[in-house]
Design a protein around this ligand. Structure first.
Ligand code: NDP
Length: 320
């Protein structure tokens, strides 16, 4: 089978398409023929060496596809079942294995490309909206990178429950997408803290969802109301430097959390709850999963270049 392999860390060019053996499903695992692989920012951190990974390395945690073989003891799935997951490894490949417990059955009416685009950013948006913080109807929040994969989904989930969402984006096209997703105002990266304060009668916002990191962190703190919450969930512009906790006091006894998806998929019940909510919202027409770019598997390097170059909106997928 063909798979993307990084033999060293570096720029997108280290991602090469190579022939690899088809992995064998171990006990409790299923082998899946890939339909769509989700590209996520974490793979750019792994590829570039910001996050340590053993080399050689095939990126990818997210993908949808059809089960083509099952390992010992698997009773949940059989050949031909359509599944998706955010919790596999090596999904930049024509086939991949995943623990059956971490695979989720795709509803019959959901196309496999959407099913492959949804899990990682969808579950992230879901846990950010429900578990990392829980802004109430009528409260105001900021969602950075509002036209990105997580940004569009999180905006829709929050707006649906009456939260007033202010977003940041870098281009007029992205502003349009963010407004269509339910943002009430789209702000620029240079003055969002001041604008957010003006828009809240000087109070500041209840929550800032910050996946941009280095570029936005200081102003995100400044945009919060007293006892507000800063949910730092990524570093698209680079990691936030070391931080003095005293700054949380000075900002108004605010709370800082740095969550990660793995800690919000802890049990089968939690996984089922999050996916069921997402599938139901899609079926009801309340949640649109925008696939902003599709690349052939062999062009994974181009997909990374586009994502890091801020040229994408919504989800980026690879298709074998
Ligand atoms: P996006 O589709 O949001 O892409 C990143 C966006 O960030 C860009 O499109 C860009 O939007 C914005 N951005 C601002 N500054 C920069 C910069 N200097 N370089 C690149 N992009 C920049 O990506 P995802 O939705 O996949 O992920 C968003 C964030 O969420 C990432 O930081 C990711 O690591 C994090 N994440 C965290 C998870 C967790 O559990 N903690 C899980 C999933 C994602 P614009 O041009 O509008 O500024």
């Amino acid at each position: 089978m063909r798979a993307i392999v990084a033999n060293e860390t570096g720029g997108p060019e280290v991602l090469r398409c190579e022939e690899r053996d088809v992995p064998a499903p171990g006990a409790g695992q299923v082998l899946v023929r890939t339909a769509a692989t989700g590209v996520n920012f974490i793979e750019t951190y792994q590829r570039s060496g910001i996050y340590d990974v053993p080399l050689p390395f095939t990126p990818g945690a997210e993908a949808s596809g059809t089960v083509i073989a099952v390992g010992d003891g698997v009773t949940e799935f059989g050949e031909g079942d359509r599944i998706t997951t955010a919790e596999a490894s090596g999904t930049y490949a024509e086939q991949f294995v995943v623990d059956a417990a971490k695979a989720v059955r795709v509803p019959d009416d959901l196309p496999l490309d959407v099913a492959g685009a949804l899990p990682l950013q969808g579950v992230t948006a879901h846990y950010l909206a429900t578990s990392s913080a829980h802004p109430e109807s009528g409260e105001t929040v900021i969602v950075h990178a509002g036209a990105g994969g997580v940004g569009l989904l999180l905006t829709q989930l929050l707006a649906a429950r009456g939260v007033r969402v202010l977003t940041t984006v870098s281009t007029p096209e992205k502003a349009e997408l963010s407004l269509a997703a339910g943002a009430s105002e789209v702000l620029g990266y240079d003055d969002f803290a001041d604008r957010a304060r003006e828009l809240t009668d000087g109070d500041g916002v209840a929550v800032v969802y910050d996946g941009v990191g280095a570029r936005t962190f200081d102003d995100s703190l400044r945009a919060l109301r007293v006892r507000g919450e800063l949910v730092l969930f990524g570093a698209a512009s680079g990691p936030v430097p070391a931080f003095d906790p005293q700054r949380l006091n000075a900002a108004g006894s605010v709370t800082l959390t740095r969550p990660s998806i793995g800690h919000f998929l802890r049990t089968p019940e939690e996984r089922a709850w999050r996916y069921t909510d997402l599938f139901d919202a899609i079926a009801a027409g309340h949640l649109d999963v925008r696939i902003g770019a599709r690349f052939p598997l062999a062009e994974a390097a181009e997909a990374h270049t586009a994502l890091e170059g801020r040229r994408t909106t919504g989800k980026v997928i690879l298709e074998p």
